[in-house]
Design a protein around this ligand. Structure first.
Ligand code: TXA
Ligand code: MG
Length: 336
C-alpha cells in the first residue's frame, strides 16, 4: 500500500473523512501527538489500527469526539465531576474514562467495560471528526513501543506502507499524550500525566490522586488500571538514563562517561562539557514536553548508544515529561 500525505486543507480533510467513512485508518494531527484514527464503532476498522501499530489487543484505544452529544451516545454514566472537568478542559489534551455503552465494540476498549474519551482542541482533528461524523478511535500513530510521533515525518517513518493516508498538520503543540483520568468516590485519579497537570485538576476543588503506575515500575502481579502502563514504551535504540543531580555533578559524571556514541541531553541554557557531545531538550517543562519525543527519535538518527538526560522538574507538565522519560529509560534513574 502506498501512503499518501494529505495537506490539512479542505481537500485533504475531505479525503481523510471519506477514507474514515470507508473503514480505513488515517494518521491525523492532534494538539498532543499524531493519532492513528479509524471509526471507533467499526470492529474491522479498529482491528486495522492494531495491525498497523503492531499493538497488543488488550491495550484499549481512546475515542475522539467533537461535541458533548457524541459523549452521551458512547457512554452510559457521566458523573457530575466529569461535566466540571469537561467545561474547564475540553476541548483539550485530556482523556476521561467512562462506563461504555454496548455500541462501542470490545476491540476498541481492549475488552474493558470502560472507554477513554477525548475531545481534542486541534482544528484539523476537530474538522476530520465533524466531516466524517464518526467518533474516532486513535492511539498514538507510532509503531508499538516507539516514541510517539509529534510531526507528520515521524508518522511517515513508522507508518509508510501501513496506512493509506496521513494528514500533515505540522508539529504538535503539546508534544506529550493527553492526561488520562478516571473517577472514583469523589476523587479524580490520574492514570497518565499530561499537559493538564495534577495542579490544574486540583483547582477544580476535587481530590486528585496520582496512580502508582505513573512513577513506579508495575510488577507483574500489580492491578493495572491503565493497561498502557505495563508495556515497554518510547524506547529508542540508545540506552537512556535519567541523571538526578545539579549541573556540577552531572558534568563531572559525564566526563567519566565520554566516549563515542554517548550523549548528554541537557537543558537549553547550560555550558558545554569538555569532550562530551550534548543536545538540548529545552529549559521550561512545556518546551521539554514539546521536544521530548523528537529528541528520542533524533538520538536514533545520530546513532547514539547511550543518552544521559538531565532530570526534568516534576511540577506541572514536568510530571508528564518525567513519566515518559522514566519509561524511555526503562526506569534507569541515577541519583548523584
Ligand atoms: O493524546 C493522546 O491521548 C493521543 C492522541 C492521539 O489523542 N492518544 C494516545 O493513545 O496517546 P494511546 O492509545 O497511545 O494511549 C492511550 C492510553 C493507554 O495508556 C491506555 O492504556 C489508556 O490510555 N486507556 C485507554 N482506555 C482506557 C480505559 N478504558 N481504562 C484505562 N486506561 C485506558
Ligand atoms: Mg501510545
Amino acid at each position: 500500500m502506498t501512503t499518501e500525505i494529505l495537506k490539512a486543507d479542505e481537500e485533504g480533510i475531505n479525503k481523510a473523512a471519506m477514507l474514515l467513512k470507508q473503514g480505513s485508518v488515517v494518521g491525523i494531527p492532534t494538539e498532543t501527538v499524531y493519532g492513528l484514527a479509524a471509526n471507533a464503532l467499526d470492529e474491522n476498522a479498529v482491528r486495522a489500527i492494531f495491525t498497523a501499530k503492531g499493538r497488543p489487543s488488550d491495550n484499549p484505544l481512546i475515542v475522539h469526539i467533537s461535541n458533548m452529544k457524541m459523549l452521551y451516545n458512547l457512554v452510559s454514566d457521566v458523573p457530575d465531576v466529569a461535566i466540571k472537568v469537561a467545561q474547564r478542559f475540553w476541548p483539550g489534551p485530556l482523556t476521561m474514562i467512562f462506563k461504555k455503552k454496548d455500541i462501542i465494540p470490545n476491540i476498541t476498549s481492549g475488552g474493558l467495560d470502560t472507554v477513554g474519551i477525548r475531545m481534542p482542541a486541534d482544528v484539523t482533528a476537530r474538522l476530520i471528526i465533524e466531516k466524517s461524523g464518526l467518533p474516532l478511535a486513535a492511539p498514538s500513530a507510532n509503531l508499538s513501543g516507539s516514541p510517539s510521533p509529534t510531526d507528520s515525518k515521524h508518522v511517515y517513518s513508522d507508518m509508510n506502507g501501513r496506512v493509506p493516508a496521513i494528514v500533515d498538520g505540522g508539529a504538535c503543540g503539546v508534544g506529550v499524550e493527553s492526561t488520562v483520568i478516571s473517577f472514583e468516590d469523589n476523587s479524580i485519579r490520574i492514570l497518565r500525566p499530561g499537559f493538564v497537570s495534577p495542579e490544574d485538576l486540583s483547582e477544580l476543588g476535587e481530590n486528585v490522586i496520582i496512580d502508582s503506575g505513573v512513577l513506579e515500575m508495575l510488577d507483574a502481579n500489580a492491578v493495572v488500571r491503565s493497561p498502557g502502563m505495563k508495556y515497554k514504551h518510547y524506547s529508542p535504540n540508545a540506552q537512556v538514563y535519567i541523571v538526578d543531580s545539579d549541573f556540577e555533578k552531572f558534568s563531572e559524571f559525564m566526563k567519566t562517561k565520554a566516549e563515542y556514541g554517548t550523549y548528554a541531553v541537557v537543558f537549553g541554557n547550560e555550558p558545554e562539557i569538555a569532550d562530551v557531545k550534548a543536545i538540548s531538550y529545552g529549559v521550561a517543562s512545556e518546551e521539554q514536553a514539546h521536544n521530548l519525543f523528537d529528541v528520542l527519535r533524533r538520538l536514533d538518527e545520530i546513532g547514539a548508544k547511550n543518552a544521559y538526560f538531565r532530570c526534568p522538574s516534576r511540577k506541572g507538565v514536568g510530571l508528564a515529561v518525567y513519566n515518559r522519560l522514566l519509561r524511555a529509560a526503562a526506569f534507569r534513574l541515577i541519583t548523584l
